[in-house]
Design a protein around this ligand. Structure first.
Ligand code: FES
Ligand SMILES: [Fe+2]
Length: 411
């Protein structure tokens, strides 16, 4: 499968190079800025986030029994723990007694989870272990543990679904990670061997903009030779991009200059395509798995629980086994991704958000080569429609019509 994917991508790129690759002309669109500011839209998008798997932690962050990581997923504080038997739990990090936060640290290791308000304790799977002076609760027995959330370890990532649709409902959608990704994309992640990777570094970045403004940066290359002129632009041809749709998820393939040379100089059966490209997979909603010539940059975008103009980005560098011991190489890759995406894309996204908030302008203009921003927005709206109960829908909320084109591979 990997080889077929590589050769087919190589064929597409060779075709584009042969026939020229300035972006094909086509319709442009206007986009009201409300999609990045509307509190009502934000509330509905949060419900959509809660209904789909979110990349909470990398499995290699909690390798041993007792290891835990805490995360804020939408409005829900979450703790992910590794059990003594190696399985994983995702729990709401709120004490069943009177609601204090149980674990305050971002990560660590514990044999039991204990609340420092009145000392109740919980097992690693969230079940209630002890109640301080239990005789004080003589008539209302305490049995409730920490609330468990749906979670699954797949492709090396622990995916947590905070509020899965009621599976007994006729309109419920499938919720395993494979069903969410779709068979084809799940297979791609399989042969990319994401599950063999380990995490080299991670950091949380508070960004003052709407989460969609951050995913937008992965969906067009129009900005490459300007915004990234002093960083990565010299390594990529301008505007040569292949976009692949996997249902509501999108992959954007960005070949490096050296790949274009490689394709021209090598026989087809010698092609090593995946070593010479960047390929962000923009998963719906809010996760970007960016394949980067052999390693992966994982972006988990976590919208603020109430403010549409704030997002927490958890950025992690995942490395394959053969790179893990090369600390200097991993450090260089970590520095480069930090300089380029938070240092350039996120900075301009904050500028745009501030200008929108100032009411300096009310409409964005989206050119033909940026049309996958609209494709992504349309997918957000489909998800919102599928996950927001009819009774709570607001007909005034801004809804994006999908663009006319749905093309598997485009210049
Ligand atoms: S709130 Fe946790 S023990 Fe009381
Ligand atoms: Fe960028």
């Amino acid at each position: 499968m990997r080889r077929e994917f590589e050769l087919s991508l190589g064929d597409d790129l060779a075709h584009m190079v042969e026939y020229g690759y300035p972006p094909a002309t086509g319709p442009s669109r206007r986009l009201p800025v409300d999609v990045y500011t509307s509190p009502e839209r934000h509330r509905r998008e949060l419900a959509a986030f809660a209904a789909r798997p979110a990349a909470a932690v990398h499995a290699s962050e909690i390798p041993d029994p007792g290891d835990f990581v805490t995360a804020q997923l939408g409005a829900t504080p979450v703790i992910v723990t590794r059990n003594r038997d190696g399985t994983i739990n995702a729990l709401v990090n709120v004490c069943a007694h009177r609601g204090a936060t149980v674990e305050h640290r971002p990560s660590g290791s514990q044999r039991v989870l204990s609340c420092d308000f009145h000392g109740w304790s919980y097992d690693l799977d969230g079940s209630l272990r002890s109640v301080t002076d239990e005789r004080l609760f003589a008539t209302e027995r305490c049995e409730r543990g920490l609330r468990r959330l749906a979670c699954e370890e797949r492709h090396g990532i622990v995916w947590v679904t905070v509020d899965p649709p009621d599976s007994s409902s006729p309109s419920a959608v499938p919720m395993t990670v494979r069903e969410w990704l779709g068979d084809e994309l799940d297979d791609v992640f399989g042969w990319l061997e994401l599950d063999a990777m380990t995490m080299h570094a991670t950091k949380d970045i508070d960004v003052a903009c709407n989460w969609k403004m951050l995913t937008d940066g992965f969906l067009e290359l129009y900005h490459l030779k300007f915004l990234h002129r002093n960083s990565i632009a010299p390594y990529f041809p301008s505007n040569l991009i292949v976009t692949i749709l996997y249902g509501d998820h999108l992959a954007t393939v960005l070949p490096k200059n050296r790949l274009i040379r490689h394709i021209a100089e090598q026989q087809r059966d010698e092609w090593q395509i995946l070593e010479h490209l960047a390929m962000p997979f923009v998963l719906m909603p809010g996760t970007v798995v960016q394949w980067q010539a052999g390693h992966v940059e994982l972006f988990s975008f976590r919208p603020h629980p109430s403010d549409p103009t704030r997002t927490l980005c958890r950025l992690s560098l995942l490395v394959p086994p053969h790179q893990a011991s090369d600390t200097a190489l991993c450090d260089r890759n970590w520095e480069r991704v930090g300089d380029t995406i938070p240092g350039e894309d996120f900075v301009v996204a904050e500028q745009v958000q501030a200008n929108i908030d100032s009411r300096a302008f009310t409409e964005l203009q989206i050119g033909h080569s940026e049309r996958f921003l609209l494709e992504h927005l349309a997918a957000v709206d489909r998800l919102v429609a599928a996950t927001t109960p009819e009774a709570t829908r607001d007909d005034d909320a801004v809804v994006i019509e999908p663009p006319a084109l749905r093309t598997a591979a485009e210049i």
